[in-house]
Ligand binder design. Structure first.
Ligand SMILES: [Ca+2]
Length: 209
């Protein structure tokens, strides 16, 4: 038992629904429902996000959790992007206290099969129920398929705990792993998508300067 066991307070109809998923007993020690509430800055222009802006689940499963971004979901014809920042939303529940607020924000190339090559890794302090940013200046160039991962190796229990919405996203496909069959992590990307033409222009500029 210990502080990772679920308290009776949290044994709600929502949790009963979660129990219907086939994760075995581990699910009860790594997922907790939160009262649905909106978070700032839902998906708008320049923000790539699969979540719907309403937090529903708290998750601290495993040592990493990530979102697979396919830029063509947002900008048809995109072949790359310049990423200005990553945005993460965490939530500290006193029933499941964090042993650390530190985590590594990571960006990888890779399609839905999983993260492939590490592009960037930044240490970011997590804050309770507030947007946490990893900022790239100059912007980080990423391919059309890439992953943004919360690496919690610094924690003994998968903390800080990340927020997730409830239900599928606008694509109908799972983009959050693991446990993304329940919803979408509140992990967002700000930046500019590049078409084939704009990318080649950018590449030339980069070469010149
Ligand atoms: Ca969703």
């Amino acid at each position: 038992m210990g502080n990772r066991s679920i308290s009776s307070v949290l044994l709600s109809a929502t949790l009963a629904l979660a129990a219907a998923h086939a994760w075995g007993g581990a699910a009860f020690s790594s997922v907790s429902p939160v009262d649905p509430f909106p978070v700032e800055g839902g998906p708008t222009d320049g923000v790539f996000a699969y979540d719907d802006g309403s937090a529903f689940w708290l998750i601290w499963d495993g040592t990493s959790r990530g979102v697979w971004f396919d830029l063509e979901d947002f900008v048809p014809g995109a072949c790359a992007a310049e990423v200005d920042s990553l945005e993460f939303w965490f939530y500290h529940n006193s029933s499941f206290p964090w042993d650390t607020a530190s985590f590594l924000a990571e960006v990888y190339s890779g399609d839905e099969g999983g993260p492939a090559t590490l592009i960037a890794q930044v240490s970011v302090p997590a804050e309770h129920y507030a947007p946490c940013y990893a900022v790239f200046d100059p912007p980080l160039e990423v391919p059309v398929d890439f992953w943004v991962v919360v690496n919690t190796e610094m924690s003994g229990g998968g903390w800080p705990s990340l927020l997730m919405d409830d239900g599928p996203n606008f694509t109908g496909a799972q983009h959050s792993f693991p446990l993304g069959d329940m919803g979408d992590y509140l992990i967002r990307v700000r930046g500019d998508a590049l078409s084939g033409l704009s990318r080649s222009t950018w590449g030339r500029l980069k070469t010149l300067f």
